[in-house]
Design a binder for this molecule. Structure first.
Ligand SMILES: Nc1nc2c(ncn2[C@@H]2O[C@H](COP(=O)(O)OP(=O)(O)OP(=O)(O)O)[C@@H](O)[C@H]2O)c(=O)[nH]1
Ligand SMILES: [Zn+2]
Length: 303
């Protein structure tokens, strides 16, 4: 005998998924393709009375945020409303990675906030803010704070409006302070990790996987993801690129040549806008880099 229930994936471990339905947790497996489901997905599970629970169907998603390192899709999370990109004054962060994260978030129609952590290292704050601003569209909020020096309540107060009634995805390069922020937002995060690991029978504490936490304020969730050193977006197509550079669109129409590449042509309205300061130099450099990568990856897109 079996029955179907609808739950949300809150954790994924290779072939195993933890699904939450009301206050119950189910350890599930999925048949077929690996990488098929992601944390944040709503799924129908077949609850076996004897034996394992299986994920039978994934509900249609609002979006799926992923990277494509080594030509393989690596799903991070699904059904995301808001992404919080954590950078820090120290160690140095990559503006290329921020650029790629922003583009992928915009492809998925996800709101974006950038947090500059460790602003207690005062001498690096202005330089770090300049580096972030050089690569971000004007409308993306940038908040600086010091996670280590704020209490749990102070961090929640500072981030309340960002987090409330949303599924938030927390991402960042290693060492930026993502875990410090998470532990202050969800003090039980560490305990839960151990609890679920025990449930899976691994018996060890690990933060190497994506995991969804209930913030217990309204309908608000936060998804933690492992720190990374690269974030490739080989799956991005030309429409995604245009969508990722909305400030270019009003100028593109003014280019002298209809097929202008905006690299060297005379009468290029994009280049002129950069020279006038109407488009940020950093954004234009990012655009050229991404177009170059896109040309090289076209072959991959056709696979
Ligand atoms: N000075 C300062 N250090 C901080 C702050 N927040 C975190 N750190 C330190 O930065 C280091 C990295 O913090 P983590 O929270 O482990 O960073 P992470 O982003 O989770 O790193 P990964 O686990 O590699 O993904 C630790 O030594 C923290 O104590 C801060 O506000 N100021
Ligand atoms: Zn042009």
């Amino acid at each position: 005998m079996s029955s179907y229930i609808l739950g949300r994936i809150i954790e994924s471990h290779k072939q195993q998924y933890i699904v939450k339905h009301e206050n119950n947790i189910y350890n599930c497996y999925i048949k077929g393709k690996k990488n098929h489901a992601a944390v944040g997905d709503w799924v129908y599970i077949n609850k076996e009375i004897y034996g394992k629970n299986s994920i039978e169907k994934i509900q249609e998603r609002k979006n799926i945020f992923y990277r494509s390192d080594n030509n393989k899709r690596k799903y991070l999370a699904a059904n995301i409303d808001h992404i919080i990109i954590i950078v820090a004054t120290e160690p140095s962060f990559s503006t290329d990675i921020i650029g790629n994260l922003i583009l992928e978030a915009m492809r998925c129609n996800i709101d974006i906030t950038i947090i500059l952590n460790k602003d207690d290292i005062k001498e690096q704050v202005l330089l770090s803010l300049d580096r972030i601003k050089s690569i971000t569209p004007e409308n993306i909020p940038i908040i600086n704070l010091s996670a280590k020096n704020l209490t749990n309540k102070e961090i929640i107060f500072k981030m309340y409006n960002l987090l409330i009634n949303k599924t938030n995805l927390l991402v960042g390069q290693s060492g930026m302070g993502k875990s410090t922020i998470l532990n202050k937002l969800v003090p039980s995060a560490h305990a839960n990790t151990q609890e679920y690991s025990k449930y899976l029978g691994t018996g060890k504490h690990t933060t190497s996987h994506v995991k969804l936490y209930d913030l217990n304020i309204g309908n608000s969730f936060i998804i933690d993801s492992p720190g990374f050193q690269e974030f490739s977006i080989k799956h991005i197509n030309i429409n995604d690129i245009n969508k990722g550079f909305p400030e270019f669109s009003k100028f593109i129409k003014e280019c002298q040549f209809y097929n202008c590449s905006h690299h060297h042509e005379p009468g290029c309205a994009i280049i002129n806008a950069v020279l006038r300061g109407d488009i940020k130099k950093g954004r234009y450099s990012l655009y050229k880099k991404i177009i170059k990568e896109y040309q090289a990856n076209k072959k991959y897109l056709r696979l």
